[in-house]
Design a protein. Structure first.
Length: 84
């Protein structure tokens, strides 16, 4: 016999921009290290520069998009609450 399902835990809201900013800074640091290596970086490993640039771009996009996402979630929650 199966146990009854326990209720879901409360959702812990936090500022999602912090991990986005930390990740973006990490990609910036990685890019700086790769660029500082200059000719010491083997030709077969130069694709990492593109990975770092992509990571930075996605991090900036996420950092800028998160407030909009949270605002839209709040608006949807208000619409649902106003229906009840």
């Amino acid at each position: 016999m199966r146990k009854p399902r326990q209720p879901d835990p409360e959702v812990h809201e936090s500022d999602y921009r912090v991990p986005a900013a930390i990740g973006t800074v990490a990609w910036v640091i990685a890019l700086i290290v790769l660029l500082a290596m200059g000719e010491g970086l083997p030709e077969s490993e130069r694709w990492w520069i593109g990975v770092c640039a992509t990571g930075m771009g996605l991090g900036v996009f996420g950092f800028l998009y998160i407030p909009r996402l949270l605002r839209k979630r709040a608006e949807a929650a208000e619409r649902i609450a106003s229906r009840d």
